[in-house]
Design a protein around this ligand. Structure first.
Ligand SMILES: O=C(O)CCC(=O)C(=O)O
Length: 275
């Protein structure tokens, strides 16, 4: 569960950092699996994993549906380091929101960020957005989307660290530099009043409400930053990009994981009885 301090900080800032959420063995297993995937161009598939980018030309390659990439990625679906915290911040226990289960993952990917690449600041409390909103109401959290961002490499100065504007999930105003930074690959904390750049060790996780203003600084160091992002929301959500889990994945998942990946069972009219 989230401690009182983590709950306070999540409410105040919109994010918390979870140090060493993964063991070094887990990080090594994930990196080994990623090394086994051949270099893909956006649009290409490797098994049920799809290479993709956000179309901005500078935020790096994403391997979407990475939970299809093997057991080390399946384990992240309900990893004990964060799953109870995610359930708590998305909320809904004991209500209609839990009708099909506790959660749903609407996007999951690994991202490779090369020198010169970044992702501009996006989200923030204004303009408000239902899907990724921050909400605390009636004595409970009701956040539309809570993300886990995992570092698979150390991320220090110059490595393209995640930038966040603490408290911006509650902001009623657009950041005056928002338009300049939205698609910029030159975003720096110095040029973005109020932003912080996070430093992470491989295995650390950032847990943040997607409604916080966030992005990443430009990678200026040689080498590649590797992260994984899983986005969680209520069980009635839908896929961001329209991907669907493969039957092979559903067959091998534990019931708890299957419920998060595919909360709803299709309810179809039975085939016509021809007798
Ligand atoms: O790449 C990063 O550090 C930020 C990720 C991001 O922008 C997102 O999850 O929407």
């Amino acid at each position: 569960m989230a401690t009182d301090l983590k709950t306070y900080l999540f409410d105040l800032r919109g994010y918390i950092q979870l140090e060493q959420a993964l063991t070094s063995e887990e990080v090594a297993d994930l990196n080994t699996r990623l090394d086994e995937i051949p270099k893909l161009e956006p649009g290409e598939w490797f098994g049920n994993v799809h290479a993709h980018n956000y179309g901005d030309g500078n935020s790096g390659l994403n391997l979407q549906q990475i939970y299809e990439g093997g057991e080390p990625f399946e384990r992240l679906i309900d990893h004990p380091s964060w799953i109870e915290k995610i359930k708590f911040f998305v909320g809904g226990e004991g209500t209609f929101d839990y009708h099909h289960g506790p959660l749903f993952i609407d996007e999951n990917f690994a991202n490779f960020r090369e020198p010169g690449e970044a992702i501009g600041l996006h989200s923030g409390g204004y303009p408000p957005n239902l899907r990724n909103q921050y909400r605390y109401h009636g004595g409970r959290f009701m956040c539309g989307q809570v993300n886990i961002l995992l570092a698979l490499t150390d991320i220090g100065p110059g490595d393209g660290g995640t930038m966040l504007i603490p408290g911006s999930h509650k902001s009623n105003f657009k950041h005056p530099h928002y338009d300049r930074h939205r698609m910029s690959k030159d975003a720096t904390v110095e040029g973005t009043e109020g932003a912080v750049e996070t430093q992470m060790k491989a295995g650390d996780a950032l847990l943040f409400v997607d409604g916080i203003s966030h992005g990443s600084a430009k990678r200026t160091n040689p080498g590649t930053r590797r992260i994984i992002v899983y986005r969680y929301g209520p069980s009635w959500g839908n896929f961001r990009h329209g991907y669907q889990p493969s039957q092979e994945l559903l067959d091998r998942l534990t019931p708890e994981r299957r419920r998060i990946v595919s909360p709803q069972q299709p309810l179809l009219k039975p085939p016509k009885d021809t007798d």
